[in-house]
Design a binder for this molecule. Sequence first.
Ligand code: HQG
Length: 182
Amino acid sequence: PARNAHERTSRFLSLILRHAPDKIGLALDPNGWADVADLLDKATRHGTPLTLDTLRDVVAGNDKQRFAFSEDGTRIRASQGHSLKSVDLALAPAVPPPVLYHGTASRFITSIRQSGLRPGSRQHVHLSTDRDTALKVGSRYGVPVVLEIRATELHGQGQLFHQADNGVWLTAAVPVRFIDFP
Ligand code: HQG
């Protein structure tokens, strides 16, 4: 039960901090940060009782390190995955490794071959440094397929890459010619 409670809280935080803070009347600053005391108060008043201890446990024990506290611990944000257009994580541009991986589902391959990787409802295309992670990401939507992205080449064309605090690589889109299909 402990794990399920954590997972429920993690999903709730993903919803609130990435997509819909207004569901509980919460405000995020331009870089996606929420005030911790405000989050606890508003979550609790909107039917999801949340204490600081639980929040700390969920952040520390999260399998993908989805959330991060500010250095002084007074603010919290999601490290990536936002759909909110108003949030700019203000990550510094970074030089990607030669190859990054994108996990997708077999049913999307025809479309990806036509239009490359698109961010969909999120702000960025998400890329992994290793195949195993990409395989897990792709499995969420069906039979997984791992694509290889020639990141150095794409970066060399002037495209920006960013690395989120939890290690996930973010970029705007990936044209087909930089993708190696299996
Ligand atoms: C696919 C999770 C058709 C894309 C993960 C993906 C990640 C296309 C889906 C993070 C396409 C979008 C993000 C095109 C891309 N035609 N389909 N042209 N271009 N797609 O969930 O990368 O657990 O928005 O391949 O671990 O799956 O939430 O992106 O299958 O890090 O923390 O469209 O979310 O993290 O799906 O996942 P998503 P994603 P969390």
